[in-house]
Design a protein around this ligand. Structure first.
Ligand SMILES: CC(C)(COP(=O)(O)OP(=O)(O)OC[C@H]1O[C@@H](n2cnc3c(N)ncnc32)[C@H](O)[C@@H]1OP(=O)(O)O)[C@@H](O)C(=O)NCCC(=O)NCCS
Length: 164
């Protein structure tokens, strides 16, 4: 819950929420609910959930990344979101590599999926760099989306050349 204020600030930026399809700008109270019923509950229920991303130099919160069990899909999803000043530095990819390693090597998952709005080219690029491939175009929550997936076998044979 220490990340509520910084998360709130991130969610005020319409560019951050342009392709997230989760209702856009949120109030402080909504952020508290999202954190407590999202990652905090996921840690207890499934043993994992999305993580905060902090800068190594000063532990400042700059976004989130990580895995979430999606009940409607019955599959584990990779997601990420960063404050705009840290876009374009490879951090979504770097934190994605760490999340995939955690999922495949520590949680022993067989596959990880990710869903994006087709127009979110930056996110599609991140998934491509991480080794995901397009599995299906589908409608979720009333919106056309692309479902990408990555199998553990593919991850083991072709890990991105990024070390974290
Ligand atoms: C998507 C997001 C997490 C990417 O974070 P990031 O740290 O900038 O990503 P990376 O730097 O690791 O990689 C982004 C890649 O996309 C490319 N890219 C960025 N914007 C792009 C655009 N508009 N069109 C095409 N490619 C783009 C970058 O050049 C980079 O590729 P490269 O390494 O080949 O040059 C960030 O933009 C964000 O937080 N967006 C808002 C929230 C969001 O949309 N989350 C994803 C929901 S599915």
């Amino acid at each position: 819950m220490d990340d509520v204020e910084a998360s709130y600030a991130m969610e005020q930026d319409p560019d951050v929420n342009r392709y997230t399809n989760d209702g856009g700008v949120k109030t402080l109270q909504q952020i508290e609910e999202v954190i407590s019923t999202g990652p905090l509950m996921d840690y207890e229920t499934y043993g994992f959930g999305r993580f905060a991303i902090e800068l190594k130099k000063d532990s400042k919160f700059i976004g989130f990344t990580g895995l979430k069990f999606m009940e409607d899909l019955g599959r584990v999803d990779l997601g990420y979101r960063l404050v705009k000043e840290h876009w374009g530095k490879g951090l979504a990819t770097e934190s994605g590599v760490a999340s995939l390693r955690f999922g495949f090597e520590e949680l022993d998952l067989d596959e990880i999926v990710a869903t994006i709005l087709p127009e979110n080219l930056a996110s599609a690029n991140v998934l491509s760099k991480l080794g995901f491939t397009l599995e299906e175009e589908l409608t979720m929550y009333g919106v056309p989306q692309q479902l990408f997936s990555l199998q553990r076998a593919a991850w083991q044979t072709k890990q991105p050349p990024i070390h974290v």
